[in-house]
Design a protein around this ligand. Structure first.
Ligand SMILES: Cc1cc2nc3c(=O)[nH]c(=O)nc-3n(C[C@H](O)[C@H](O)[C@H](O)COP(=O)(O)OP(=O)(O)OC[C@H]3O[C@@H](n4cnc5c(N)ncnc54)[C@H](O)[C@@H]3O)c2cc1C
Length: 429
């Protein structure tokens, strides 16, 4: 196995919507940025489970979310804001999100993206991240970043680093979920979004399916006689792959075939590659955003992003519960909620920011994750410029020095322009 080393200003772990926005924003701000993604495509959960609504966006949005929406509309003019009950969301074609993100990533300056390259370890010395390990094929990669942004959704890099984090007990965590597509439906009435949950709750009452499968929902698909079923199941500590998803998809489809004539010949044409968490490990930041902050539309002096989605909880006993903010109200997310409380150069973006379970049930939606990602990318780049001088030789000596004294010296070092004058991205064998 070969070892390769690279130095960068900002390293982003995870290319979900939050990680993509963070990496593009950091690159545009002039920081030499590397984005590492465990899978083979950008977009994370939103692309993997092909959901159809980008939630938590504003009609007058700005920055990267606006660029993404423009790109989606260019790909398909039918992409647009729609009403879902009291709420608005952006209806889109999931296959286009991946293409739009790829284009933006390809054109972003100062950015290198590596797919199929999971982060496998993080080295923290005192209050600083000094190295990030990753694997790509047979190569072992070691990165020396000035700042690390965890955008892995499940907070993998935070966990590896040993920084403080929060994780709810498995039993009280929100339901995880996945989607599958069925074809050859025979439906003339257009009532399947009502009939499917009703039929599954009858099956559950008769003890024919697991209780949580009654929380599944149905939406019509993009092609004729097709539909997409969203299945919600309890979260696990270990990742649940395509095999488990397929098992649950078969259970649901078989139950519907027995009870609904529309499903008589229905066959499964696609199942998402794995079951995705709604709630996982979250950074212990300098401030933890709370459900009370969200519902009270609280504002902060160090706000970096806004959220407007209600608290949408997926409880294991009762399924979906929505608690709305007041009409047109929004809350703010403070900088302190994306910055680690015990590690100077560690940040979180997207689903793993510092928030309690109620707050994350609002801020985890795709639109809000994009806003947070963009803000964190900029903050990490400017943090390096303004507050922290990258000096790799000092970082390497860190282990041998008194760490407190070192952090003090670093914080008080003369201001240079470490981003533009910083070390090259080139790999060393
Ligand atoms: C069932 C379900 C339905 C949903 N429906 C909607 C909806 O309709 N509308 C909506 O707006 N939101 C919805 N969401 C929420 C939304 O999709 C996600 O919360 C949001 O996309 C999270 O974005 P993220 O970038 O924080 O994380 P993710 O999208 O989870 O991305 C994390 C990325 O990090 C990568 N990664 C993980 N570990 C590593 C590692 N060690 N090294 C490198 N990379 C790593 C992953 O492969 C992934 O690409 C839904 C979520 C679920 C589970």
């Amino acid at each position: 196995m070969k070892n390769k080393e690279a130095v960068c200003d900002v390293l982003v772990a995870g290319a979900g919507v939050a990680g993509c926005c963070a990496a593009i924003a950091a690159g545009r701000a002039g920081a030499k940025t590397i984005l590492l993604e465990a899978g083979g495509f950008p977009g994370g959960t939103a692309v993997a489970i092909r959901h159809r609504h980008l939630c938590g966006l504003y009609p007058q949005n700005s920055g990267l979310p606006r660029e993404i929406l423009r790109g989606l509309t260019r790909f398909n003019p039918k992409s647009k804001f729609v009403r879902i009950g009291k709420l608005r969301a952006f209806y889109f074609y999931p296959q286009n999100l991946e293409s739009v993100l790829r284009q933006l990533l390809n054109h972003a300056p100062n950015l290198t993206v590596k797919y199929n390259c999971p982060v496998t370890g993080v080295k923290r010395e005192g209050s600083l991240i000094t190295a990030v390990n990753a694997k790509q094929g047979k190569s072992r990669l070691i990165f020396k970043p000035g700042a690390l942004i965890d955008a892995t959704g499940g907070g993998k890099a935070i966990e590896f680093s040993g920084a403080r984090y929060e994780l709810s007990p498995k039993k009280s965590r929100q339901l995880a979920g996945f989607t599958f597509e069925v074809r050859e439906l025979n439906d003339r009435e257009g009532l399947l979004p009502i009939k499917v949950p009703y039929s599954l709750s009858l099956a559950e009452k008769n003890k024919k399916i697991f209780p949580y499968l009654r929380f599944s929902s149905f939406a019509y698909g993009q092609i004729k006689n097709s539909g997409v079923i969203k299945v919600n199941i309890p979260a696990q500590d270990k990742p649940q792959g395509e095999r488990q998803a397929r098992k649950y998809a078969n259970l649901v489809n078989n139950s519907l075939r027995k009870t609904l004539p529309e499903f008589g010949k229905a066959r499964i044409s696609w199942v998402s590659a794995g079951i995705h968490d709604r709630e996982g490990l979250r950074l212990a930041g300098e401030y933890t955003l709370t459900g009370k902050d969200v519902l009270g539309a609280r504002k902060f002096p160090d706000a970096i992003a806004k959220g407007c989605w209600p608290v949408e909880s997926w409880d294991q006993e009762n399924g979906q519960k929505i608690t709305y903010l007041k009409e047109k109200a929004f809350y703010e997310i403070p900088f302190r909620s994306i910055k680690s409380s015990d590690t100077m150069n560690l940040f979180a973006a997207g689903r793993c920011i510092s928030a309690d379970p109620q707050a994350i049930a609002s801020s985890r939606v795709t639109g809000t994750c994009m806003y947070i990602g963009e803000a964190v990318g900029k903050k990490a780049a400017f943090f390096l410029k303004d507050e922290y001088t990258i000096d790799q030789s000092l970082q390497l000596k860190l282990g041998r020095r008194n760490k407190r004294q070192h952090a003090y010296r670093r914080a008080n070092a003369p201001r240079g322009d470490p981003v533009t004058g910083s070390l090259s991205l080139g790999t060393r064998a």
